[in-house]
Design a binder for this molecule. Structure first.
Ligand SMILES: NC(=O)C1=CN([C@@H]2O[C@H](COP(=O)(O)OP(=O)(O)OC[C@H]3O[C@@H](n4cnc5c(N)ncnc54)[C@H](OP(=O)(O)O)[C@@H]3O)[C@@H](O)[C@H]2O)C=CC1
Ligand SMILES: O=C(O)[C@@H]1CCC=N1
Length: 272
């Protein structure tokens, strides 16, 4: 494999598969021509083909030419896909990166009936703009594979290694988390409209405020409550609003939602 310019096959080019492809190209990690995108409905990939990506519905063919194979179908679609590509592993050992929620490295090897090198990665859709939080894990892939996957995802955001048993938790907190924070921003913008701003202004103001809040934590390595204390003037309007939100269950709703999400992520493969 050429480590600086590997041939990559993304099997299952839906929301996250395409976000990954675009992020890798944007980061200069791969040229479109080195990335093969697969899905059954290839007509939906026509704009990507026009942009220079290789597109096909032939998963086995895509794997046969690849150094790195990304599994990016739904958990319920994975076994059929693995059946299709299993023959390729009799002749070659491409690195398998699975972003599929709730499916372990061992599950994948068991279904392939091959001793494949499998690393799991849990990115989020911000990968398309190089801002993913990606968790990576494996059970028995060699250190150099894990290293390579980390370096790959570091080019499209921030990555951390975690124990594989925490991957469903990572799914809820980081992958689903994009939706949770987006809904929070949307709700803030709706509040903004109710107090006087046009919707497009309210959304821009809410999004930039959320970005500033996240950057306070990331850039200052600060704690949320430390930063909250700086905003809440005594007898002021921030503490009044914040306490009302807490009376209505704000933190509790987020915590409970994340727990339900993690529980569901763990059941997707086996329960469908
Ligand atoms: N969306 C997200 O933010 C994240 C998702 N994930 C995980 O990534 C996986 C994909 O999720 P998501 O992108 O949301 O789902 P999508 O439904 O958007 O993408 C799945 C894609 O797989 C294609 N597909 C299905 N079967 C096959 C097959 N046999 N061969 C080739 N392609 C196939 C589908 O297209 P077609 O029907 O045309 O074949 C579809 O485009 C899931 O396992 C999810 O848990 C992980 C992190 C974040
Ligand atoms: O909703 C889902 O099941 C997938 C997994 C993480 C993000 N999207």
């Amino acid at each position: 494999m050429n480590p600086t310019n590997p041939r990559i096959a993304i099997l299952g080019s839906g929301n996250i598969g395409l976000s990954l492809a675009k992020g890798l190209v944007k980061a200069g990690m791969a040229e479109p021509a080195r990335i093969t995108l697969t899905r059954r409905n290839t007509a939906a990939l026509a704009p990507l083909a026009a942009a220079g990506y290789a597109t096909t519905s032939n998963n086995l063919g895509a794997v046969q030419g690849a150094d790195i194979v990304v599994l990016a179908v739904l958990p319920q679609q994975l076994n059929k896909l693995l059946d299709e590509i299993a023959p390729a592993f009799q002749h070659a050992q491409p690195l398998l990166i699975s972003v599929v929620s709730g499916v372990s490295c061992a599950d994948i090897r068991r279904h392939l009936q091959q001793p494949a090198r499998v690393v799991r990665a849990m990115p989020n859709t911000a990968i398309a703009i190089g801002q993913s939080m990606t968790c990576v894990a494996t059970d028995e892939a060699p250190e150099e594979d894990l290293d390579l996957v980390e370096r790959l995802f570091d080019t499209v955001g921030v990555s951390i290694r975690i124990n594989e048993e925490l991957m469903t938790s990572a799914t809820a907190l980081c992958a689903c988390g994009i939706a949770f924070f987006l809904r929070a921003i949307r709700a803030a913008s709706q509040g903004g409209t109710e107090i006087g701003f046009h919707a497009h202004d309210a959304l821009k103001m809410a999004a930039q405020t959320a970005k500033g809040a996240a950057d306070l934590l990331l850039q200052l390595a600060s704690h949320p409550e430390q930063e909250i204390d700086k905003v809440t003037s005594p007898k002021g309007c921030t503490i009044a609003g914040l306490n009302e939100m807490e009376h209505q269950g704000f933190s509790s709703a987020m915590i409970k939602g994340i727990k339900v999400s993690a529980d569901k992520a763990g059941k997707l493969y086996h329960e469908g």
